[in-house]
Structure formats: C-alpha cells, structure tokens
Design a protein around this ligand. Structure first.
Ligand code: DX5
Ligand code: ZN
Length: 218
C-alpha cells in the first residue's frame, strides 16, 4: 500500500518582511501544509511567533496549518492557537507532564493532534499514546533553529514507529522535521515517514515546486 506523501515548508525560513508573498509562494508550490514553529525561549533557546502571526498566515491562505509547539506548558496555549486557525497542533513529549490531558484538549478544540520527540527521546515512551494521535513528529535536529544538519539516528526510530503503526493497524502520519533536503528525504521515506517538513532547503532553491516534487520522490 502506498501512502500519500506530504510536504510542509517551514515558514521559519521565510522572509518575514514579505510574509503574505511567502505564503502565496508556498501555495503556488503545491505544498500540502504550512509548518509553523512556535518557540518559547525556555524549552528551546529561541523565540519565534505567537498566535497573532498564525492568525495573519491564516488570513492569507486556506492551506492546512501545521503548528509545532516547542514550548513548556503547551496546554495553556491550545485554545488560542485553535482559535486563530491551527489545523494540527503538535506538542513535545519532553515539555509536557499531562500528555493525555493535552491530547484530549486538542481534540476537544476540534483539531488534529501530533506528539513530537526530540532526537534523544525513545519512541517506546509514547507507544501507549499512538492510538490517540493523528501524527508523530520526529525531530531530526535539536529543536530551536532552522538550517541545522540532519541527525541520522532518527532513521531507526522512524522504522520502529512504522513497525508499531503497521502492527497496531493505525494510520497516523509519521512526520520528520530538521535538515530535510533531497537526500535526507529519501532515507526518511524509505524508513516509513510520509510527511516531511523542510525550511532552509525549500526556501534556498529557486523553484520551490520542483523542490517539493524532489522531496516526494522515493
Ligand atoms: C527546528 C524547527 C524546524 C525548522 C526546520 O526546531 O522545528 O521546523 O524550521 O528547518 P530546516 O529544514 O532548515 O532544518
Ligand atoms: Zn518544526
């Protein structure tokens, strides 16, 4: 069975002085979603956007908004991000004590729910939540910044996750984020990922549409 491969450009690598044009560029490139990185300066050593920017992006497009929360206490912000147009809200296993409550609250707000793992976090720690999730996000860099180098040890984690997914007959997305280019993408897809996030690679090439096609090529 071949699963639909999806690609979400990460808005973190865009030219924020031209946010609307950058969103239109992502639309024209036939992207499946826009990935939006929310960083709190505590869970990760960087600060990025808040709900107001997500609302602004939502006003420019009908594309699926994939909101990646890299913050402590994500529970407190779910309602806000849901209100401003997030379609999927992904939070970090390492940043949350009440995983179950957070999953349930995202669902209660009518949104898809994703759970993310840092490179050093084992997939077995979240096995019991897999049947409640729409997406598992594997960080293939240490979260906090775009433009970092892909960490190859994520491949084994993706393979194990795909094995769990097949054994349990589940159909959540397996997403990979960090250092994705036309070479690392192939390794991830082969291992069982079906949803790729890419920032620097897609924003640094002239033809984003071609870049997305290349990322989808196994
Ligand atoms: C990193 C972010 C990523 C980042 C990916 O912490 O979660 O979404 O924007 O950017 P690249 O593809 O440049 O590694
Ligand atoms: Zn991200």
């Amino acid at each position: 069975m071949s699963e639909k491969i999806k690609v979400a450009p990460s808005i973190l690598s865009c030219d924020f002085a031209n946010l609307k044009d950058e969103v239109k560029k992502i639309e024209k490139a036939n992207a499946d979603a826009i990935h939006i990185d929310i960083m709190d300066g505590h869970f990760v050593p960087n600060l990025t956007m808040g709900p107001k920017i997500v609302a602004a992006i939502n006003r420019c497009t009908d594309l699926f908004l994939d909101v990646h929360l890299m913050m402590y206490n994500p529970f407190d912000y779910i309602e806000k991000f849901a209100e401003v147009g997030a379609d999927l809200i992904t939070f970090h296993f390492e940043a949350t004590e009440d995983i179950e409550d957070t999953i349930n609250y995202i669902k209660k707000c009518g949104k898809k729910v994703g759970l993310s793992l840092n490179p050093e976090t084992s997939i077995s720690l979240i096995a019991k939540y897999l049947n409640q999730l729409d997406l598992v996000l594997f960080m293939s860099v240490h979260p906090g910044f775009g433009g970092q180098k892909f960490i190859p040890s994520v491949i084994e984690k993706i393979e194990l996750c795909k094995k769990f997914k097949d054994e349990m007959k589940l159909n959540f997305d397996i997403q990979v984020d960090g250092g994705i280019n036309d070479k690392t993408s192939k390794k991830c897809l082969k291992a069982g990922a079906n949803f790729l996030v890419s920032g620097e690679y897609l924003f640094s090439i002239d033809d984003m549409k071609k870049g997305i096609e290349l990322l989808k090529t196994v």
